[in-house]
Design a protein around this ligand. Structure first.
Ligand SMILES: C[S@@+](CC[C@H](N)C(=O)[O-])C[C@H]1O[C@@H](n2cnc3c(N)ncnc32)[C@H](O)[C@@H]1O
Length: 360
């Protein structure tokens, strides 16, 4: 029996389960979530027979809000030996490739584990396992065609249990465990800069990054102080109006690219339309969603990123409510793009990107 494996932020397994049950159900994929709070992942065993490669072709794990990473299993080993784990894993991979003889050997292979400290040393072990596995896969690939369409996943839930599976490379995260390796820029005034940096790489395509984030564009940052998000725009030579009663970082102001306005982010509107609005104000998520919808509806901006701080309970319901507000009240139904994710740098929050596309 095949399963889906989803990796998420520890403590959000229930939300991740509710979301996959809804998405898989809509796609006619029957299963049931197996979750344990605090484990940072969930298994979703499927009740019907499926072909793993075909199933992976139809499941876009990137579009899930609460899953950082996802794949379809083709083998689960529950009694890995203490010493030589590689032989058992390679035997399973070779058997799968033999059964799917039309398939070339995937170029991309990730070794993953839950993002928790629950099992001591497991993360370090998986990092060290990447090298021998990559070497074994390179040997297998020698003289053969390789495949850029699919990705192999080797996920250790503990030292003796491994789920081996497949995803479509464009439908899963290229980063192991869905955790991007972003460097904290030393001049940034706050660590939240990484949130917007991750949002740009996880929620926009590389083409959108180039087109939507060009030098000399204009952005408005609501709740900007001390300036971590503004920093991301300045690094791209984008002009920013920073709205906040609090003080902005001096070196950011010295760039000459930032204008600081001590105004209320909920009532402020630009005199002329801008390219971007971003908002990191700590407020009720539905209030922020309504503000986002208004900015798009009245075309004050073309694109936006807003952070939605989640309540303690019914967090999945709250996200759906907010996305509904943005989808239904922004206008531009035909061209509106909405993408939302709980990023690695998000805590009890999700980040949402919405766009009505470029001008003209
Ligand atoms: C989480 S911090 C923003 C951090 C910022 N994104 C960064 O990267 O440095 C939230 C900010 O929102 C501001 N804020 C909250 N309510 C606001 C409002 N109604 N209008 C303007 N700013 C507001 C606060 O003063 C605070 O500086």
């Amino acid at each position: 029996m095949l399963s889906l494996i989803l990796l998420c932020r520890s403590g959000f397994e229930k939300e991740c389960a509710a979301e996959i049950a809804s998405v898989a159900g809509e796609g006619g994929i029957a299963g049931f979530p197996r979750t344990k709070e605090g484990t940072g992942f969930l298994e979703y065993p499927l009740t019907n027979e499926h072909n793993a490669v075909e199933l992976a072709r139809s499941l876009d794990f990137c579009s899930l809000i609460f899953a950082r990473q996802g794949f379809v299993t083709f083998s689960t080993i529950t009694d890995l030996p203490e010493k030589d784990k590689l032989t058992s894993i390679m035997t399973a991979i070779k058997a799968f490739l033999a059964e799917n003889s039309g398939m070339a050997i995937p170029q991309s292979v990730l070794v993953e584990s839950p993002d928790t400290a629950e099992i001591e040393g497991l993360k370090a072990f998986t990092t060290s396992f990447m090298h021998p596995l990559t070497r074994a896969m390179d040997n297998l690939r020698k003289g053969k065609k390789s495949d850029a369409v699919n990705r192999l996943h080797v996920f250790f839930s503990d030292y003796s249990k491994v789920f081996i599976g497949i995803s479509r490379a464009t439908f899963s995260s290229p980063w192991a465990c869905g955790i991007p390796r972003l460097r904290f820029p030393k001049n940034s005034p706050s660590r939240s800069t990484l949130k917007l940096d991750e949002a740009f790489s996880a929620l926009l395509t590389p083409e959108e990054n180039q087109k939507f984030l060009a030098p000399s564009m204009k952005a408005i940052d609501l709740g900007a102080a001390p300036g971590g998000w503004t920093f991301q725009f300045v690094a791209r030579q984008i002009l920013v109006q920073a709205i906040d009663n609090g003080p902005m970082d001096k070196s950011l102001m010295n760039t000459g690219l930032v204008e600081h306005l001590r105004e209320d982010g909920f009532t402020y509107r630009p005199r002329k339309p801008v390219d971007w609005m971003v908002c990191d104000m700590v407020e009720q998520p539905s209030r922020v969603a309504n503000l986002a919808a208004l900015w798009l509806r009245e075309e004050h901006c073309r694109h936006l990123v807003v952070n939605l701080k989640l309540p303690m309970k019914k967090r999945y319901d709250e996200v759906r409510l907010c996305l509904g507000i943005i989808a239904n009240q922004s206008g531009h139904d035909d061209k509106l793009i909405i993408r939302c994710k709980q990023l690695y740098h998000d805590r009890d929050e999700v980040t949402c990107f919405a766009s009505i596309g470029p001008k003209g």
